[in-house]
Design a protein around this ligand. Structure first.
Ligand code: PMP
Length: 312
């Protein structure tokens, strides 16, 4: 199963209303359905090569979604015990991987980051108490580095004519790593990160004041600038509303047969903005996960109506 990580396809997204071209890198094609398989593999093998981790030991990780299953899979295959902490409300389709692969799931209340019951604080405590190693995708430099060394080169091999790269940002690892690679490949390529409205990635990027925010788009946005955000390689960060993220995920499925999650819908909306004003643009957008984890949310009319979201 580790050999099935990476080498994800890039497919053209055909939209007759758009002059430029859009290509989608299908990271949902990884074994647990997201690009996080790459960073789970990258973070664990890097710690092994540094002599910090050896098989049989305990790995601890905090995740609000896709990293949970990814770490559980890689721990299973490389011979580690794993404990995953996740906030209440994380989609059960994502957390289902954890126990299926034999890891331990610790659910935490969805409280503020400075509360000791928070899922990240809980992961730190468990690692301390049980002598485990905390991967910490929120600071671990192997998170962006694995995308620079692996995802980025795949992308430029598959689409050498790329002019723009668009990716959703949470830890920023995916965008930062790919951006580092594409800037070295051709520094005229424009790199555009995607954030949730009022989240603090775009404010940190532009140096503006930040504050609390809320989004129903899983994986998108962050409370603060993280060490995994390598802004030096990112040209721009655009904010997308939840409504637009949902609408573009649904439109991608209906009009393009492309079933992706809402963070990828947000990226698709930015790719469309770019390709509609620039007929020479060759935009590659990253589809972080697939839509099948969101049939009972983003693709459910009642769920949207309950949130007052009016999409087709
Ligand atoms: N989309 C989804 C669905 C995710 O799970 C994540 C991870 N938080 C992201 C986007 C953002 O990716 P990254 O953490 O690499 O910035």
């Amino acid at each position: 199963m580790l050999a099935a990580i990476g080498e994800t396809p890039i497919v053209p997204y055909e939209d007759p209303a758009i002059d430029g071209s859009i290509h989608v890198k299908c990271e949902f094609d990884n074994p647990t359905g997201s690009m996080k398989d790459r960073i789970a593999y990258g973070m664990i093998t890097e710690l092994e090569s540094e002599g910090v981790l050896s098989p049989g030991e305990l790995i601890v990780e905090a995740s609000s979604g896709n990293t949970a299953g990814a770490v559980a899979l890689v721990a299973n295959r490389l011979g580690y015990e794993a404990v995953i902490t996740a906030p209440d409300g994380t989609s059960p389709q994502k957390l289902g991987y954890v126990e299926a692969f034999g890891a331990e799931l610790v659910s935490c209340p969805d409280v503020d980051a400075d509360d000791e019951r928070h899922y990240r604080a809980t992961a730190e405590r468990i690692a301390d108490e049980r002598g485990g190693v905390l991967l910490d995708q929120y600071s671990n430099q192997a998170n962006p580095a694995v995308h620079a060394a692996w995802t980025g080169p795949e992308l430029t091999d598959q689409c050498p004519e790329v002019t723009h790269v668009v990716a959703p940002m949470g830890t920023g690892g995916t965008m930062s790593g790919i951006a580092k690679h594409v800037k070295a490949y051709d520094d005229s390529v424009t790199t555009v990160g995607v954030d949730a409205v009022q989240s603090n990635i775009s404010t940190a990027f532009s140096g503006a004041e930040s504050g609390p925010y809320e989004t129903a788009v899983e994986g998108l946005g962050q409370d603060e600038k993280l060490p995994t955000m390598w802004f030096d390689y990112v040209d721009e960060v655009r904010s997308v509303s939840d409504e637009a993220a949902f609408a573009h995920a649904r439109r991608g499925a209906r009009e393009g047969g492309l079933l992706v999650g809402p963070s990828s819908g947000a990226a698709l909306s930015v790719a469309r903005e770019i390709a509609s004003v620039d007929s020479d643009a060759v935009v590659v957008t990253i589809a972080c996960d697939g839509g099948e984890q969101y049939f009972d949310t983003v693709f459910d009319d009642e769920w949207l109506a309950e949130r007052g979201v009016d999409v087709d």
